[in-house]
Write a protein of this length. Sequence first.
Length: 103
Amino acid sequence: MSATTTPAYAMVQINITNPEEFMERYAQHVFPILDAAGVEMIAGTMTPSTIEGDFSGNWAAILKFSSRDAAHEWYNSADYEPYKNIRLNELTDFTSLVFLEGR
């Protein structure tokens, strides 16, 4: 990473409807795609603790990307597309994904 590249982070909050199916159909395939893209999972848990606001999900994570452009490239990549569709349309009933620049 050059001195002019600002890392980006993804804040992920979802409610998985069936954890076993999620692992089988999504996670085992997506983690290698994230690794290949140089993405680092900073934190991830099925037991998030909500201090303020409403969050009824059962999975939260923070992902680190080399830049906001890299985050968008991963999200829109052909490799991730089929799994994104499965996550959004079949395996969850709530999802929130936010990209933000870091330091």
